[in-house]
Design a protein around this ligand. Structure first.
Ligand code: R5P
Length: 287
């Protein structure tokens, strides 16, 4: 078995290799004189189970991922598992307006041309799973987050919107604490009204848990409201730390601690998802 890392997922690749006791293949990355991407897999993956680990977040990342899939397939491996810790473009999982593409379908179907299965983590919307003809597994990350926060004396866990309520309910029941969500209503295209549930937040340690932090607007608003109510410590946690426009710098001013998983590798990635990915693969590949 081999792991081929895209440049977006070296750490998760190494961690998976250590769990499976297998090699991480070398990859040569260069640019042609016209700046097109050149890639070459160094190890011989013929007849092997291969995991290609990488994200489809930025446009370059998608090109790299698809080229690596083709490079692997050309070597005639035994199987290809597409491990995509952060499945980018997943927010456009349906047509909102005429003339738009269904982006998550495009990338799912492209990966389908090569892979025997796809594994991802906390997809934005499970509709995307239906676009795949090969098995497509969406892993939920609860235990590693629970383990990280279990000793931090959290009093409440709160989701910044009702969409994340199931996640915080699960976390709350593991931590043995109440779980709430903030009522979020869109007033117009630029205004969102957020209302905290009636609770006593004074001097409480509160965990805000979300699936993704992008511009940071949601987390900052939630943290600001909790601070105004007298919360003592605010821990912000998300599965995917996109941190668009360096929003992490602003978020840090509002929270006591910012933590994300390593689906996207950042300096806040204190929680790894590699154990959960390995677990989901146990009975699917020969180790
Ligand atoms: C919303 O549906 C999501 O759960 C996140 O709350 C949202 O995408 C976060 O985005 P931002 O960081 O840009 O506010």
């Amino acid at each position: 078995m081999y792991i081929v890392p895209s440049s977006t997922a070296y750490n998760v690749s190494r961690k998976l290799a250590s769990i499976f006791s297998c090699n991480v293949s070398g990859v040569v990355r260069k640019r042609f004189p016209d700046n097109e991407m050149y890639l070459k897999i160094i190890d011989d993956v013929k007849g092997e189970d291969v995991l290609l680990v990488g994200n489809t977040r930025g446009d370059q990342d998608i090109i790299e991922y698809l080229l690596l899939l083709d490079a692997i397939k050309e070597e005639e491996p035994k199987s290809i598992t597409a491990v995509v810790p952060f499945f980018g473009y997943a927010r456009q999982h349906m047509r909102y307006n005429n003339g738009e593409p269904v982006s998550s379908k495009v990338f799912t179907q492209a990966i389908n041309q090569y892979a025997d299965r796809i594994i991802t983590v906390e997809l934005h919307d499970e509709q995307t799973l239906n676009y795949s003809k090969v098995p497509f597994i969406d892993i939920k990350i609860i235990n590693p987050i629970y383990k990280y926060f279990m000793d931090k004396n959290i009093d409440f866990v709160i989701s910044p919107d009702d969409g994340g309520y199931e996640r915080v309910k699960l976390m709350g029941s593991k931590l043995g604490i109440p779980a709430y969500y903030i009522d979020k209503k869109r007033i117009d295209s630029t205004t969102v009204k957020m209302t905290l549930p009636e609770e006593d937040y004074k001097d409480k340690n509160i965990l805000i848990l979300d699936d993704i932090i992008s511009t940071g607007g949601t987390i900052i608003k939630a943290a600001g409201m909790l601070k105004d109510k007298g919360a003592r410590n605010i821990y912000a946690c998300a599965i995917h730390g996109v941190f668009a426009n360096n929003s992490n710098e602003k978020i840090e001013r509002y929270v006591n601690e910012l933590t994300v998983t390593d689906t996207i590798e950042t300096k806040y990635s204190n929680i790894t998802i590699s154990g959960e990915i390995a677990e989901s693969l146990k009975d699917k590949i020969s180790i």
